[in-house]
Design a protein around this ligand. Structure first.
Ligand SMILES: Cc1cc2nc3c(=O)[nH]c(=O)nc-3n(C[C@H](O)[C@H](O)[C@H](O)COP(=O)(O)OP(=O)(O)OC[C@H]3O[C@@H](n4cnc5c(N)ncnc54)[C@H](O)[C@@H]3O)c2cc1C
Length: 467
């Protein structure tokens, strides 16, 4: 019988598989996707957030534990477990040497990539290269990998893992690590979680999924049915406003539109609905998906003028271009009168200041609701550019409750042979909100813990059987 069965094929699963194998366990990894789509959401990533007390190769200056913790506390509004969060933070300071040993390379952040050069280490070649490196290393170490292997149910008895099922096939193992992502690709579940709004709309019907189509929450649901303790709210997750033309799945990073703080955001009715200049874009980009989700038709329209060009990472798909604002309204299909009223009101409310996109500058509006509190400059210089945006779900936060051993818990008791890592438990640390790069910090820390613990549990099991 295999020692450690790892279910999932992204970062958390691979970290678990590698650690378990390094600890001497036999490991089988089951990835739902075919080989060419392996790697889940992890294949779309670019970086991980790392604590460091002094400059470290690609990381500038220092990013101490306390600052990382305060950032996390702020974005989650306290919906986080401090013990587990600090464990992730500390692990993020020491994991990169291990990652390098498994073939991951790092590079400094590029200009315009959300100003993360101090806090985040970027993967050379992005998440795809990271995942490929881990698979290569896993296979070299003797981890068995099966693709197209979607586990559809689990046998769990008295809080212990017995077997996983793929159709009629039954796979037993001494221990199991669940690392099969959230339920972000399950559109029915998203629909149920987000419900119907006061306009009679089902907002989730208009969501796009930024990552893999394989994270359908099948095992999360199975574990909930088996009585595992859960954490998090099903409607919470990471949700970004992305180009409305993005594909339903796997649009990835290039569908993001990063010019909101340089312009104005309107809804389908041609009205503004939130302060576009509330804070630096890296601290705000992840709230706009939810904000757009609350608007009629779950659509937003970001309008900039030519003064903004060159100040943000250009999206892959060019925006609608117009030489006048009324022409922009017509091209975006918005009511011209309301649109012009909104734009004229905004332009008139902008107070002169010293524009500086690198600081929270003094360019703001006066007498306008909602205000734009920084980087407010009249949208008056042709050509104008407009982007239709829709909510893009990155990942969901509902997950399995766990502790510092990564054990799945039943009625408050840790399982002795079932462990969890990555998105399936990220909600323990991330009850809401987001700070860039922390998804990979959580998955790397808990993937490694889960793998180590599973290998140790398998050894114990073997010793017990031999006695
Ligand atoms: C576009 C995009 C960009 C992102 N950028 C970043 C970033 O730069 N930094 C960062 O920290 N985070 C980023 N994230 C978030 C990050 O991807 C996740 O936090 C992280 O990858 C989660 O890792 P995971 O291993 O838990 O899940 P995943 O990588 O999604 O892996 C889940 C795996 O489980 C498999 N699976 C699902 N169900 C089953 C089943 N029933 N049986 C077998 N296998 C199954 C899937 O096929 C997949 O391989 C980004 C996400 C997206 C979508």
């Amino acid at each position: 019988m295999i020692d450690v069965l790892v279910i999932g094929g992204g970062n958390a699963a691979l970290c678990a598989a590698l650690m378990a194998r390094e600890a001497g366990a036999s490991v089988l990894l089951l990835e739902s996707a075919p080989k060419e789509w392996r790697g889940g959401n992890s294949q779309h990533t670019r970086n991980l957030r790392c604590m460091h007390d002094a400059p470290q190769d690609v990381l500038l200056e220092a990013y101490p534990e306390e600052e990382f913790w305060q950032d996390l506390l702020k974005v989650t509004g306290g919906a986080t477990d401090e013990k587990l969060a600090r464990l992730v933070i500390r692990a993020s300071s020491s994991c990169r040497d291990w990652m390098r040993r498994h073939g991951v390379h790092f590079q400094p952040s590029l200009a315009g990539t959300l100003h993360l050069s101090r806090t985040n280490a970027f993967f050379m070649g992005g998440g795809k290269a990271l995942v490929n490196a881990y698979y290569r290393s896993a296979q070299a170490l003797g981890v068995q990998v099966r693709y197209g292997a979607t586990v559809d149910s689990l046998e769990v008895r008295d809080g212990r893992f017995i077997a996983a099922h793929i159709g009629s096939e039954r796979i037993e193992a001494k221990t199991c690590v669940l690392a099969a992502g959230g339920f972000e690709s399950n559109r029915e579940w998203l629909r149920e979680a987000w419900g119907q709004n006061e306009r009679g709309e089902w907002p989730a019907d208009n969501f796009l999924i930024r990552g893999t189509r394989f994270n359908r929450g099948v095992l999360l649901k199975a574990m909930m049915d088996a009585g595992a303790d859960t954490i998090g709210d099903p409607s919470q997750g990471h949700c970004v406003a992305i180009d409305a033309r993005a594909p339903l799945y796997d649009g990835g990073i290039c569908t993001r539109v990063d010019c909101v703080s340089l312009g104005v955001m309107l809804n389908r009715e041609g009205k503004r609905f939130y302060d576009e200049g509330e804070d630096f874009w890296p601290k705000r980009y992840a709230i706009w998906g939810r904000l757009v989700a609350q608007q009629p038709g779950q659509t937003g329209f970001c309008i900039i003028d030519s003064k903004a060009i060159g100040r943000f990472m250009p999206p892959v798909f060019p925006g609608v271009k117009a030489n006048t604002l009324p022409e922009m309204a017509r091209q975006l299909g918005l009511d011209e009168t309301t649109f012009m009223q909104t734009m004229n009101d905004f332009n008139a409310a902008c107070r002169p200041g010293s524009f500086d996109h690198t600081v929270l500058d003094d360019c703001h509006t006066e007498g306008l609701s909602p205000a734009k509190t920084h980087w407010a400059r009249p949208i008056d210089t042709a050509p104008f550019y407009g982007y239709a945006l829709r909510p893009g779900i990155t990942f969901t936060y509902l997950g399995l409750k766990t502790d510092e051993t990564a054990a799945v818990r039943f009625g408050g008791q840790p399982s002795d042979n079932l462990f969890v890592a990555g998105e399936m438990m990220a909600g323990n640390v991330l009850g809401k909100g987001y700070t860039a790069g922390v998804g990979m910090s959580i998955g790397t820390a808990f993937g490694r813990i889960a793998g180590t613990q599973a290998a140790a549990a398998a050894r114990k099991e073997a010793a017990h059987a031999a006695a």
